[in-house]
Design a protein. Structure first.
Length: 267
C-alpha cells in the first residue's frame, strides 16, 4: 500500500514538473514566419516554349487578421521577385527568387486549445494594460523556389514548386514575445529569425482563346516551420492580365485576409 502511495506521489511530482517546465505553454509565431505574398504568374501564351526572364514588383495589405494567439493583425508591405523559365523540352521548369518586407501592428490573444487549457497566467496577463495594447512588428523575408508550370490544353494551368523561405524581424511584438517566454507565460516558437521549407501548388485557366483576356489562378502555399501543428500557409486567387498587371485576394493563415497587386516585366 505504501509503495502504491509512493508511486502515486511520484507521478504527481512528474506532472507538476512538466507543467512548470513550459511544455504546455501557449505559443506565438513571428510574423515573419508567414508565407510570402508572392503569387506565381503563368506564361502569357500557352504556345510559348522559349526561355525567358521576368521581374515582378508587388504590394500587399492585410486587415484585422487572426494568427496563433494574436488578433487584430494589420499589416502591409511589398516584394520584388525574379523568375527564370527554361526553354525547349524543359520549358515547364522555372526558378524564382524573391525578397520582401512588411510591417504592422497586432494584439496578443488566446485562441488555441493549448492556450485555453494551460494558460491561466497568460490569460491573466491579457487582461492587464500591457496585455490589451497594440504591438508593432517588422520583418524581411526571402524565398527561393524551383518548380514546374504545365499547360493542359489551351486553357488549363497546373503547377507545383518547392524551396526555402528565410525571415528576420523585430519590433515591440518580438521584444514582448521574448519577455513573455522568459517569464514562462508563452512559448516563442520562431525567435526573431529563421528559415523553413516551403511548397506551392496552383491550378487555373486562361480566359478566352490563347488567353487573350488573361488568366485566373488559385494557389495554395505552405511554410513548414516547427512542428506539424505550427505549420502555416496561405490561399490566394489572382487575376493576371496579358500586360503583366495582376491583382487578387489572399487568406494568410497567420495574417488574415488581404489584397495584393503588382506588375510583371518580361525580358
Amino acid at each position: 500500500m505504501n509503495r502504491i502511495k509512493a508511486e502515486f506521489v511520484f507521478v504527481l511530482v512528474c506532472l507538476s514538473t512538466l507543467s512548470l517546465c513550459g511544455c504546455f505553454m501557449p505559443r506565438a509565431h513571428s510574423m515573419g514566419a508567414s508565407l510570402m505574398a508572392v503569387p506565381h504568374q503563368p506564361r502569357v501564351s500557352a504556345d510559348s516554349s522559349n526561355a525567358e526572364m521576368s521581374v515582378t514588383v508587388g504590394a500587399f495589405g492585410n486587415i484585422a487578421g487572426e494568427g496563433l494567439n494574436v488578433n487584430e493583425v494589420r499589416s502591409g508591405g511589398g516584394d520584388v521577385s525574379f523568375m527564370y523559365r527554361m526553354g525547349g523540352a524543359v520549358s515547364p521548369l522555372f526558378f524564382s527568387a524573391a525578397v520582401g518586407g512588411m510591417g504592422g501592428k497586432l494584439q496578443f490573444d488566446c485562441n488555441e486549445s493549448r492556450c485555453s487549457d494551460n494558460a491561466e497566467k497568460y490569460r491573466a496577463w491579457l487582461k492587464t494594460k500591457e496585455g490589451k495594447r497594440d504591438y508593432s512588428f517588422w520583418d524581411v523575408q526571402e524565398r527561393v523556389l524551383l518548380g514546374g508550370d504545365f499547360n493542359v490544353g489551351p486553357y488549363v494551368l497546373l503547377g507545383l514548386g518547392g524551396g526555402m523561405q528565410f525571415f528576420q524581424g523585430g519590433g515591440s511584438y518580438d521584444d514582448k514575445r521574448d519577455e513573455l517566454e522568459d517569464a514562462k507565460l508563452l512559448e516563442n516558437v520562431d525567435g526573431n529569425a529563421g528559415f523553413a521549407p516551403v511548397s506551392s501548388v496552383w491550378a487555373g485557366s486562361r480566359l478566352g482563346h490563347g488567353g487573350k483576356w488573361g488568366s485566373v489562378l488559385a494557389e495554395l502555399g505552405m511554410l513548414y516551420k516547427g512542428d506539424i501543428e505550427d505549420w502555416t500557409g496561405a490561399m490566394a486567387l489572382n487575376y493576371f492580365h496579358t500586360t503583366g498587371f495582376y491583382g487578387g485576394i489572399v487568406w494568410d493563415f497567420q495574417l488574415g485576409y488581404g489584397l495584393n497587386v503588382g506588375k510583371t516585366f518580361v525580358f
